[in-house]
Design a protein around this ligand. Structure first.
Ligand code: GUN
Ligand code: ZN
Length: 443
């Protein structure tokens, strides 16, 4: 049965193109009093309230959000590990020791589907509380960890991209598969989940050091045999990791070339981090359409380094860049907090990140990195109706600071610097209200 049209009314920000390449003036669209109407999971109308109001079906319910809110497309997290929800904020190690010490023991618990389901539920709830409506998600080596995740996501109607981790060496026996098992299980999961509802499958070799050449071959094969699926992994996150990958694959030109050799670069391939990629490697990402997920909270937390966003987007060979939390090495579900750290990473590279560019990155930019910019990440008729509504005065200090706010850029910058999950007033998934913040307590 077709649903009725519903709508929200209030200030709206969205993007119509690539803010980095085309500039903010051409791509950033702000309406101080807009209507977004939704039906059957999609946006049907968007524009200034005065212009849109008369075009709405007469029985449309309009929710008035007020001038101290800002509605955007739902945030998109391009790189995250749901199975690491239980180890966020684990002290003291850099990447490889952190994996051995905390991650691999947590991931072993996902052999138990009931545990996987419980964690998936917590994870997805936290995403919605943070205004994140789509994510590219690493599950664990266990196929049931993928089933549990997608089943929980289906209950919420979220558009999620996820896959079973493939590892056949340099990991505990309980977390390894074999080249053939990894291939067969991945193929079966693609059959079950890819394109089912809003779900998309992602072939997920964890990173080159935990896969043998035979497994890398099979991972590339299964991805290339299933057009439209995704591939995710990690590259050039930590200097020790880069040296290790190169030592394990001495015949390859560099770290990225390992993935290239095994047919794992191209459209819908997305790699976490990329901090230490060389100029040639960035060019290769550009040439192949491979995307990088910038994960600043994780990069600072693990002491991995400082991704140079401006250099990655350099004119002439811009790389598709999305934003990722990379939980549990990342320290927050909040994309606002992730932008806060992205700003600091940019500062350390000598190129501060404007708030307009930052919110592009969290929405349409991330969609673009996933080749989904025609489906999610912006607000326009025909786009899927995933929305986040921010409360621009969500805490006493933000409310106070907003009293001295000069313009939209300033308001956005205040949100990404001081805001977190408390700023998320509501989250809509496919046109349905999926999360409402409880009443504010100022104490
Ligand atoms: N590299 C390989 N596996 C992981 C992981 O789980 N987290 C991070 N941050 N990097 C990785
Ligand atoms: Zn990761």
């Amino acid at each position: 049965m077709a649903s009725a049209t519903t709508a929200i009314r209030g200030p709206v920000l969205t993007y119509t193109g690539d803010a980095f390449l085309e500039g903010l003036e051409r791509t950033m669209r702000y309406e101080s009093d807009a209507i977004v109407a939704m039906k059957d999971g999609k946006v049907t109308h968007f524009g200034a309230a005065n212009a849109v109001r008369d075009a709405l079906p007469p029985d449309t319910t309009v929710r008035h959000l007020g001038k101290d809110t800002l509605t955007m497309a739902g945030f998109i997290d391009c790189h995250v590990h749901y199975a690491q929800t239980q180890i966020i904020g684990a002290y003291g190690e850099q990447l490889i020791d952190w994996l051995d010490e905390y991650t691999f023991s947590a991931e072993q618990q996902f052999a138990d589907k009931a545990h996987a389901r419980d964690v998936a539920r917590v994870f997805l709830k936290e995403c919605l509380r943070a205004g994140t409506t789509t994510a590219a998600v690493f599950c664990t080596v266990h196929p049931q960890s993928v089933d549990a995740f997608f089943e929980e996501s289906a209950a919420l109607g979220t558009r999620m991209i996820a896959g079973k981790v493939m590892m056949d060496r340099n990991a505990p026996g309980a977390l390894t598969d074999t080249p053939k098992k990894g291939y067969d299980e991945t193929k079966a999961l693609i059959g079950t989940w890819h394109g089912k509802g809003r779900h998309l499958y992602c072939v997920t070799p964890r990173f080159a050091p935990t896969s043998s050449p035979e497994q890398m071959e099979m991972a590339g094969a299964v991805w290339n045999e299933h057009p439209g699926t995704y591939l995710q992994s990690h590259v050039a996150e930590n200097r020790g990791e880069v040296a290790w990958a190169r030592a394990l694959y001495p015949e390859r030109k560099g770290y990225l070339d390992i993935y290239d050799h095994f047919g794992q670069l191209g459209k819908r391939a997305i790699y976490g981090h990329g901090i230490w990629l060389t100029e040639d490697e960035l060019r290769r990402c550009h040439d192949t359409g491979t995307a990088i997920a910038h994960c600043p909270t994780s990069n600072f937390f693990l002491g991995s380094g400082c991704f140079n966003l401006r250099n990655a987007k350099k004119a002439g060979r811009p790389v598709r860049i999305g934003l990722g939390t990379d939980l549990g090495a990342g320290t927050s579900f909040s994309m606002l907090q992730t932008l806060n750290e992205a700003y600091k990473a940019a500062q350390l590279n000598g190129n501060p990140l404007s708030s307009g560019h930052a919110f592009y990155l969290a929405t349409r930019g991330s969609a673009h990195s996933l080749y989904l910019e025609d489906t999610i990440g912006s607000i326009a008729p025909g786009m899927e109706a995933d929305l986040v509504v921010l409360d621009l005065k969500s805490t006493p200090i933000i409310e106070y600071r907003m009293g001295y706010c000069n313009d939209l850029d300033d308001a956005l910058f205040i949100q990404m610097t001081l805001g977190d999950d408390r700023a998320v007033l509501a989250t809509y998934v496919a046109g349905q209200l999926a999360y409402t913040r409880p009443a504010r307590h100022d104490a």
